[in-house]
Design a protein around this ligand. Structure first.
Ligand code: M6R
Length: 609
C-alpha cells in the first residue's frame, strides 16, 4: 500500500523525489520520507502526516546528491510517526531502506538482531531489513540484499541505498510491485507507473524473486540466485498529462467526467466490423477454449467485486453460464470446490490487490484457467493470468474507483455477449441490437453529467444525514452495494446496500420517519417489485431518493427526490446508475469537508493482506 520512488541522475533530487511521491500519494499518506547520499553521508528527511509536510521541510532543508529514495506510507507495523516513517536505517546510518508490504517474521528477526546488539529506533518491520543488510554486508550491496531477502517472509518490495556504494539503488521484489523506469543518463524505480511518467515511458517490471541494480547509465537484473538475467522492456501508452486534475478540484470528479470518453474508447477498440467483439492480443483464449464453458467463478475486492456481481447476472442471463461471485479474501481461504473446469475471473483496477492476486494463485495451483479484467498494463494480476482484458480507462488516481468501475461493467457486458455468441444463447441480431445500445452509452452518460447540479442540490438537502440505506434488485442490487460503498468511503457516513426484497427480513426495522434511502429503480424486469419496496418505505415515512428512468411518471410521486437516467437495456443500466451514485457520494463528501481523493485509512492499491 505504500509508495516507493528512487532516482539516480542529474536532475534536482528533491524535485524528482517529491514529484514522484505526489504521484504515489494515493498508495498511502500518513507519513513520508526521503534519503539521498551526499559526500559519503546519508541525508534523511521524514515526517508524519501529509506529503505537504515533507515538501515544506525539503524547501527549508533540501537534500543534496544525485541519487535518492522516497516513500509515502500507509502504516501497518507501528503508528504513523516520524520515527516509523521510511527510510529506515541500520545502526551506523549508512544503509537506508524503503519498503512496501509486510515482513511477517519481523518479530523473530528483530529479537535475534537485538541479541546481536543491533539498536532499533522504530516499531516497523522495515527496520529489520536495514539491520540485516548491515550484518550481511561483505563488500557488495547486491549480494547483501540477496542474502537478506533469504531470511524474510511475507510480501514486499524494497529499495536500498548505501554510503559504501553511492552509485546505485538496489531494488528487490517479492510479492509487491516494483518497476524500473529507463531514462537517458538517468534511471528510476517506483512502485507504480504514474511516478515514472514525467521522465520516461520505457519500463521494466520486476517479477517476484528478481533484483535490479540501478545506476545512472545502466541497470542490471538478477534472479534470486544472483545470476544475471535479461528482461524485456515495455512502452507505456499512458501520458503524463492524464495524471493532472486539469479544471477539476478533485481527481474523483475528473474521473467521473472521463467516463463517456472511456466508454467510447472501448466501443471503438472492442466492436469490430460485423459486430465481432475483440479483446486485443492480451486475450489469449481461442473460441474453442471457451465454447464448452459451463461454470465461471469471479473473485475480486471492493468496487471490483461489485462489478463482478453485475457480471454474475450478465453471464447467467445472457450466456446462461453458471457463475459464482466471491470476495477474494474469502475465496482464498475457503477451499472452494472448483469442479467442472471453471474459468476463474479476477477483476482489479490496479492489478496488484494482494487478496485478488492470492485468489488467482489459489486457482492457478488447482490448474484452472484465469482471465483477468485489469486497468494497469503489465500489473502482476495481468501478468499471472492466462488472458487479460484491459479496461483502457487510463490512470485512476482518486481512491474511490469510478471510471474503472464503469469500464469493468462494460468489459463484462462485452464478455457476456462474446460468450452468448459462442454458446448460441443469443442470435446475431440480438447481439447487434445490444451493441447498438452500447454505442449510445457515452451520449447518455454525458446527459446524466449535465444534470449534476440537480444531484448537488439533493446532496445539499441530505448533507447532514448520518445513516443511508441503498436498495436495488436484480442486476442493480450490486449497484446499491456500490452506491453505499462510494458514500461511506469518501464521506465517512454510514451507508448500507441491501437487496430491496430483503428489507422486510430485518433491515426495515432501522427505518423511521426521515430515514434516508436511495432506491435504484430504473425500468427493468423487477421494476414493479421495486415499486412495492419503495411503498413499504414510504409507509414508514422514509425520505426516498429514487434513481429511475426518464419519462417514468410513477416514481415522480413516490420519491422526495428523483434523479433520472436515460432509458437503456437492463444489462447496461448499472453503468448509467453508477454515475448519479458517484456524484451523490462526491457532493456529500465535499459538503462535509472531506478530503475526497485521500480518504482516511484508505489507500488506492491494497497490496497487503
Ligand atoms: O485495484 P482493485 O480494483 O483490485 O481494488 C479493489 C478495492 O480495493 C477497491 O475497489 C476499493 O474498494 C476502492 N476504494 C473502491 O472505491
Amino acid at each position: 500500500m505504500c509508495g516507493i520512488i528512487g532516482y539516480i541522475g542529474d536532475k534536482d533530487i528533491n524535485s524528482v523525489l517529491m514529484a514522484g511521491l505526489w504521484r504515489l500519494e494515493y498508495r498511502g499518506y500518513d507519513s513520508s520520507g526521503v534519503a539521498s547520499i551526499s559526500n559519503g553521508d546519508l541525508e534523511i528527511r521524514k515526517i508524519k502526516g501529509r506529503l505537504m509536510n515533507l515538501q515544506e521541510i525539503l524547501s527549508e532543508k533540501p537534500l543534496t546528491g544525485n541519487l535518492g529514495i522516497g516513500h509515502t506510507r500507509w502504516a501497518t507495523h507501528g503508528e504513523p510517526s516520524e520515527k516509523n516513517a521510511h527510510p529506515q536505517v541500520d545502526c551506523k546510518s549508512s544503509i537506508a531502506v524503503v519498503h512496501n508490504g509486510i515482513i511477517e517474521n519481523y518479530y523473530y528477526l528483530r529479537e535475534e538482531l537485538i541479541k546481536r546488539r543491533h539498536f532499533f529506533n522504530s516499531n516497523t518491520d522495515t527496520e529489520v531489513i536495514a539491520h540485516l543488510i548491515e550484518e550481511n554486508y561483505e563488500g557488495n550491496l547486491k549480494d547483501s540484499v540477496l542474502k537478506t531477502v533469504s531470511f524474510l517472509e511475507g510480501s514486499y518490495a524494497i529499495a536500498v541505498i548505501s554510503v559504501r556504494e553511492p552509485d546505485k539503488i538496489v531494488v528487490y521484489r517479492s510479492g509487491a510491485p516494483m518497476i524500473v523506469g529507463l531514462g537517458k543518463k538517468e534511471n528510476l524505480v517506483a512502485s507504480d507507473i504514474p511516478a515514472l511518467l514525467d521522465h520516461t515511458r520505457n519500463i521494466i517490471v520486476l517479477e517476484d524473486g528478481e533484483l535490479a541494480v540501478v545506476r545512472k547509465d545502466e541497470v542490471d537484473f538478477y534472479n534470486k540466485k544472483g545470476e544475471k538475467i535479461v528482461k524485456e522492456k515495455r512502452k507505456i501508452m499512458w501520458k503524463a498529462e492524464s495524471l493532472e486534475k486539469g479544471e477539476f478540484p478533485h481527481y474523483m470528479l475528473k474521473e467521473i467526467h472521463e467516463q463517456p470518453d472511456v466508454i467510447k474508447r472501448n466501443i471503438d477498440c472492442r466492436i469490430k466490423g460485423n459486430n465481432e467483439i475483440c479483446f486485443g492480443e492480451s486475450f489469449r483464449f481461442l473460441p474453442k477454449d471457451l465454447v464448452n464453458l459451463s461454470n465461471i467463478i469471479i473473485q475480486a475486492c471492493g468496487t471490483s467485486w461489485h462489478a463482478g456481481y453485475v457480471g454474475k447476472y450478465l453471464f447467467e442471463e445472457l450466456a446462461r453460464i453458471r457463475t459464482e461471485i466471491d470476495i477474494s479474501s474469502e475465496f482464498r481461504y475457503r477451499n472452494p470446490i472448483m469442479d467442472g473446469e471453471p474459468l476463474v475471473i479476477a477483476i482489479s483496477q490496479s492489478g496488484e490487490t494482494a487478496d485478488t492476486l492470492a485468489g488467482l494463485r489459489e486457482a492457478k495451483a488447482k490448474f484452472l484457467r484465469i482471465l483477468s479484467i485489469v486497468n494497469v498494463y503489465g500489473s502482476t494480476i495481468a501478468r499471472e493470468s492466462d488472458s487479460t482484458i484491459y479496461l483502457n480507462a487510463g490512470p485512476e488516481i482518486g481512491v474511490a474507483s469510478t471510471k474503472a468501475y464503469t469500464a469493468q461493467l462494460l468489459q463484462l457486458y462485452f464478455l457476456s455477449l462474446y460468450l452468448s455468441k459462442l454458446k448460441w444463447t443469443l442470435t446475431d441480431s440480438e447481439i447487434a441490437k445490444k451493441l447498438e445500445e452500447v454505442k449510445e452509452l457515452p451520449k447518455k452518460i454525458r446527459k446524466i453529467l449535465k444534470n449534476k447540479d440537480k444531484i448537488k442540490e439533493i446532496a445539499e438537502k441530505f448533507r447532514d444525514a448520518r445513516d443511508f440505506m441503498f436498495i436495488g434488485r436484480g442486476i442493480n442490487y450490486p449497484s446499491a452495494l456500490e452506491g453505499a460503498l462510494k458514500l461511506k468511503e469518501i464521506s465517512y457516513i454510514h451507508a448500507t446496500g441491501y437487496p430491496a426484497g430483503e428489507m422486510k427480513h430485518g433491515p426495515i426495522a432501522l427505518i423511521t420517519e426521515g430515514s434516508p434511502v436511495v432506491a435504484i429503480a430504473p425500468k427493468s424486469s423487477v421494476y414493479d417489485k421495486m415499486l412495492n419496496n419503495i411503498e413499504e418505505l414510504r409507509s414508514r415515512k422514509a425520505r426516498i431518493i429514487i434513481i429511475g428512468t426518464e419519462g417514468d411518471k410513477v416514481i415522480k410521486d413516490l420519491g422526495e427526490e428523483v434523479v433520472y437516467i436515460p432509458p437503456c437495456e437492463e444489462g447496461l443500466s448499472p453503468i448509467l446508475v453508477a454515475v448519479p451514485l458517484q456524484l451523490f457520494a462526491y457532493y456529500i463528501a465535499v459538503l462535509n469537508g472531506r478530503d475526497v481523493d485521500r480518504p482516511r485509512n484508505l489507500a488506492k492499491s491494497v497490496t497487503v493482506e
